[in-house]
Every structure is written in C-alpha cells, then in structure tokens.
Design a protein around this ligand. Structure first.
Ligand code: DO4
Ligand code: MG
Length: 284
C-alpha cells in the first residue's frame, strides 16, 4: 500500500492512496485522524485505510504531489556506507579520523536534517545554498517511523549537502545540511509490508543537465554497514517523537570530487519498492 499527500484539483490538500496510475483522496476525518501522520500512527494502517471513505480517483500525473510529511521531524544518519566514509575523509583531512571512527563505532552519526517547511516533494524544487560552491544530492532510503519508533513505511530521501562547508570544518555540518529546501521526500510512502527485502532495495541516482545525463550510479541497501532497526533504536534513545519521524539512512552514492550540482539540474532518485523522486535544483 502506498500513501501520499497531494493537492486535489479543487486546490485542497489531502492524504491519498496510490494504486497504479491513480490516486484517491482519503477522508481522514471519518477515522478521527487529523493528518497523515495520525494515520501512520494507527495500530493497523491497512485496516484503517480500508475503513476510510475514498473520493473519486484522479490520474496521478494530473495532481501535484506534496512531501508525505506534516508534523514530523526529519533526521538523518551519516557515514553508514563505505563510500560515504571515503568521501568524507577526502573532504577534510582534519576531520578524517572522526569519519573513520564513526563508520565502525557502535553509536551512529545522527543529525536533525529538516523540519517540515524545509522539505519538498516530487516535482518540487530543491535548493543549493547561495554561499556554497560544492554541492551534491544524497539518495537515501528513508524510514517512516511512528510515535512508537516502529518502521511503518519507507520513502525516498534526498539529503542535499554542501561539501565545501562540511569539509571546511565538521562543526559546520548543520549549515551544510539544514537550510530552506534542503530535503526531498517522496513521492509517497510504501508501507513496510510491501517493501522488498533489504538486499533487493536498489538505489539509483541520475542527474541530468540540459537534457544530458551527467552522473548516474546505483547501489543497494544491503551495502549499509548498519541495520534499519538499529538506527531507529538509536534515534529513539532518550528522545521522543509524538508525531513520528522520518529517518534518512545515509548515502551509498557520492559523485567524485570533481562533480558539483548546478542550478537547472534535474535529480532523479529511484528506490525499488517505492518509485522515483524527481526534483529540479535552484540556487539562491
Ligand atoms: O558526516 C556527514 C554526513 C554524512 C551523510 O549525510 C551521509 O553519509 O549520508
Ligand atoms: Mg546523507
């Protein structure tokens, strides 16, 4: 089952269920849910969705999808793949040992990535900071956690990052990672029961510039050095999430050091079991 947020042709925002090429708005109020995050907190989400009245279907390509978030915080894990460890160590000689140590440490790197207003969905623009010169998208399997820190679903995350700022000093990480339009989420949430096993969760990143593909690479979630449950467990330690949370699980794809994103680029991230998140890039 795939759950989304979208703008209906009448302009009203709704939660919806995606089936094939169509989407149907759900009447959340019939289940006394105020928002999609409440539905994601239900004990039995498929049963709750079955119970909710549904409106007439719309063709998916005729509606504007929105990021499937309302009140949750977005967190992210770092240096969970070997490729990320290597890339960070190249970025900053001074901080190399931090990245080297965290890759093998019991405690993972976790950071607050975004609040809802900084997030964009499929078809919306993501941004490069005006003061950054070396930028990349980070394609990440993203866990959808309920308030009990259970993994109820998965979506695609783009952890936009300014490598020059992060490389200058690791203490600048929040500025390299958190700013307006810094996070992509979507196009929807696939419930956990409908996801393929982790070894089959392929992750593909494609970056287009002026109609040409300028970067393309694939990996899969089995390359991760940590488990999804383990990351969710660390996030929930001494930390409560009454509205649930999203947790980006780190990138296994980092373009070479000579590559930077540019305004006008189109970033497509595909993850097996979910779909494709497409965002165009702006700066300033
Ligand atoms: O330590 C910096 C952040 C790393 C990160 O975002 C990642 O590995 O995905
Ligand atoms: Mg990342």
């Amino acid at each position: 089952m795939k759950l989304a947020k979208f703008k209906q042709p009448n302009g009203l925002v709704a939660a919806g269920i995606v089936e094939g090429d169509s989407i149907q708005a759900l009447d959340l109020s019939a289940g006394k849910f105020e928002a999609l995050s409440d539905l994601l907190d239900a004990k039995d989400i498929p049963a709750a969705v079955d119970y909710l009245p549904k409106r007439d279907p719309h063709a998916l390509d005729s509606v504007q999808l929105l990021p499937p978030i309302d009140r949750q915080e977005v967190w992210a894990a770092g240096v969970t793949y070997k490729r990320s460890q290597t890339a960070r160590m190249e970025e900053s000689e001074a901080a190399a040992s931090c990245y080297d140590r965290v890759y093998v440490a019991d405690r993972p790197e976790l950071f607050l990535k975004a609040t809802p207003h900084r997030v964009r969905g499929d078809g919306q623009e993501l941004r490069i900071r005006t003061d950054a010169t070396w930028n990349v998208p980070e394609p990440e399997v993203t866990l959808v956690l309920n308030s009990r820190m259970q993994i109820v679903g998965y979506t695609i995350g783009n952890d936009m990052s300014s490598r020059d700022i992060e490389g200058e000093n690791p203490l600048y990480l929040p500025q390299a990672k958190v700013y307006d339009q810094c996070a992509g989420l979507g196009p929807w949430i696939t419930l956990s029961s409908d996801m393929p096993p982790r070894e089959q969760m392929t992750i593909d990143l494609k970056i287009e510039r002026g109609g040409d593909v300028v970067f393309e690479q694939s990996t899969d979630a089995a390359q991760m050095a940590r488990g999804f449950e383990d990351l969710a467990g660390w996030l929930g330690r001494d930390n409560s999430f009454p509205n649930g949370a999203f947790l980006m699980t780190g990138t296994g794809i980092v373009p070479g050091s000579d590559f930077t994103l540019a305004a006008g680029d189109v970033v497509r991230i595909s993850i097996a079991g979910i779909g494709t998140l497409t965002n165009s890039i702006v700066q300033g």
